[in-house]
Write a new protein. Structure first.
Length: 338
């Protein structure tokens, strides 16, 4: 592990259990709020307010926070996200540091520059990758992302496969009247390329405030559309958010993430830290817990342990999207780290 510190700990990890009995083991780290795309459902075309660069966690601070989660609480999975994580310079160096903690490190990316980075990421110890792609049609992709990058993303998917990252999963956010006619096309694409496609229900975390329940394509509808062409067999679900299905003819899998119509909050084992070091116990949390002040202000690892424990003590049973008591978080998906 070139350039990183070897940490030795003799502390036995203790389970981090929230008030509803769920053991937290999964950390999502946003490495930047910036992005090279402007997906219409995620960001406005112009005018996003970025976190000042000096307020963004350094790789050393991220590694330290992750190490506390792993060593003290037995976390076993870390996913890097953003904004677009690949716009952060030298990302493989962070992957190498985190893989050195002995946990499963994965990444969610829009894939636009993946051809350039896939092999370095794999060599650094990245285990798995999710690539977001919401249309296989060039004009529609351009309209959705405001970037004419479909070919680069498709090449990025191939680059991930070539680099040996496995599994490669594709994230597709389905939106009514926008791309809801592409479920079968994506299923066919996944079967042909040997990648798993996961359809995600549109959530009220857009920066533009255009989400309504009517824009959500229910997971059930997506599964029915695919099943009409390719018979599916449901697989047993673990703590992961995706409901998984295998193609009955053996040609791989698809999944749906029914965050809105069938929330999986009861199995949630996840927490997040934003690019500027704010800790969140739910995507939809209203409260954030400032870890930067411990990381940069001379706090000890025990201070971090206490702050994390206190925050997880506030984790709620689940979100209430679509109900009268639902409050939209002030931050949008890219500012939180999706
Ligand atoms: N830029 C990277 C990417 O697009 O993969 C990582 C960050 S992005 C915020 C993470 C994931 O969140 C993407 O798959 C994106 O499509 C999804 N996403 C963004 N806004 C969403 C929303 N309002 N509802 C559901 N998924 C959303
Ligand atoms: Fe960027 Fe990802 Fe948001 Fe698209 S979904 S604008 S790629 S952060």
């Amino acid at each position: 592990m070139a350039g990183s510190v070897a940490w030795v700990t003799d502390v036995t990890p203790e389970d981090l259990v929230d008030p509803f009995g769920r053991t937290v083991r999964d950390l999502r780290i946003s490495v930047t709020d910036r992005c090279n795309f402007r997906c219409a459902y995620c960001m406005p075309a112009e005018g996003m307010k970025w976190v000042p660069r000096e307020d963004i966690l350094t790789f050393e601070e991220i590694e330290r926070f992750a190490r506390v989660c792993v060593d003290r609480f037995g976390f076993d999975g870390i996913r890097l996200t953003g904004g677009e994580p690949l716009v952060r310079a030298h990302l493989p160096r962070l992957v190498e540091r985190l893989a050195g903690l002995g946990v499963d490190v994965s990444l969610t990316t829009n894939g636009a520059t993946l051809r350039r980075h896939a092999q370095d990421l794999a060599d650094a110890g990245l285990a798995r990758i999710n690539i977001s792609i919401d249309s296989l049609q060039r004009d529609r992709f351009l309209e959705l992302t405001r970037r004419d990058e479909l070919d680069n993303v498709l090449d990025g998917i191939d680059a991930a496969i070539d680099a040996g990252l496995a599994p490669v999963k594709l994230n597709v956010v389905m939106m009514r009247g926008i791309n809801d006619d592409e479920a079968v096309d994506f299923a066919t694409f996944g079967r042909e390329r040997g990648v798993t496609v996961r359809f995600i229900e549109f959530m009220p975390l857009d920066a533009t405030g255009e989400w309504t329940k009517a824009t959500v394509v229910p997971a059930e509808e997506i599964v029915s559309a695919i099943e009409a062409v390719y018979p599916l067999v449901a697989l047993t679900r673990g703590t992961e958010p995706a409901e998984r299905f295998r193609f009955a003819d053996g040609k791989g899998e698809v999944g749906v993430i029914a965050s809105v119509t069938r929330p999986f909050c009861g199995d949630c084992d996840r927490v997040r830290i934003t690019a500027e070091g704010s800790f969140r116990t739910c995507l939809f949390a209203i409260d954030e817990f400032d870890m930067l002040r411990h990381l940069r202000g001379g706090g000890s690892d025990d201070d971090l342990v206490d702050a994390i424990s206190a925050a997880v003590g506030t984790k709620w049973a689940g979100h209430s999207i679509g109900q009268v008591n639902f409050i939209r978080p002030a931050k949008s998906m890219s500012q939180i780290g999706g």
